[in-house]
Write a protein that binds this ligand. Structure first.
Ligand code: IYR
Length: 219
């Protein structure tokens, strides 16, 4: 039986809610995925704090069914680049539909992924489809939702602390399990290069949906 403890929460006033929400929106609305990184170093301690923040996300039955791999080894980054490019060559050359390729044109992506070696860090998020603590298999619940939430926390945190990211899925990503030597119960969820944009980096001029396209109110 788990204990319950008093929750120390605080109430702020409506003006503060509104002011904080407006600032946060402006900040997050400036976030952009980047695909050209510089090799400028970033402080590892900040990344570890960001990962700890990600791990505060809610999860099914609080199972926290995730592992974050933090990679700075040039050898491992190189291995990941080579394997990712192999998959992406097949994706762009034969696996992706015409519609998909058309949808991606605006991002000017291709199979080449030099940023996987250039970015100072790669974070690979793994989901634990079940837990394996040595005493046998234990069930995890809502694994995709939970790991998606933790990854969202991570991306938001990294942006808030002034670091830049890409959500990268060189699928199928099974090669990451192998290169990073992860156990059988872990599956790659997302590959996130972290660092700073390269000099004069350009991003596509994307438009975000208007509020009335994403929000339905029931007053
Ligand atoms: N994984 C490929 C293709 C790709 C797919 C989607 I959906 C994107 O939003 C962007 C790219 C790549 O990274 O190039």
């Amino acid at each position: 039986m788990e204990d319950f403890v008093k929750y120390n929460w605080t109430k702020i006033n409506d003006q503060e809610h509104i002011a904080k929400s407006a600032i946060l929106f402006e900040e997050m609305n400036r976030r952009r995925s980047i695909r050209g990184f510089s090799d400028d170093p970033v402080p590892k301690e900040a990344l570890i704090n960001a990962i700890r923040t990600a791990s505060t996300a809610p999860s099914g039955a609080n199972k926290q069914p995730w592992t974050f791999c933090l990679i700075s080894s040039p050898e491992i980054k190189r291995e990941i680049r080579i394997a990712a490019e192999e998959e992406e060559k097949l994706n762009y050359g034969q696996r992706m539909s015409e519609e998909w390729l058309e949808d991606l044109k605006q991002f000017r992506t291709n199979w080449q992924k030099p940023f996987l070696e250039i970015a100072p860090y790669l974070i690979v998020v793994f989901k634990k489809v079940y837990d394996n603590d040595g005493e046998g298999k234990k069930t995890n619940y809502y694994v995709n939702e939970s790991v998606g939430l933790a990854t969202g926390f991570l991306l938001m945190c990294l942006h808030q602390i002034g670091l830049y990211t890409l959500t990268h899925t060189p699928s199928p990503m099974k090669f990451l399990t192998k290169i990073l030597n992860r156990p059988e119960n872990e599956r790659p969820f997302l590959l996130i290069p972290v660092g700073y944009p390269e000099k004069d980096h350009e991003v596509p001029d994307i438009k975000r949906k208007e509020t009335d396209e994403i929000l339905v109110e029931y007053p």
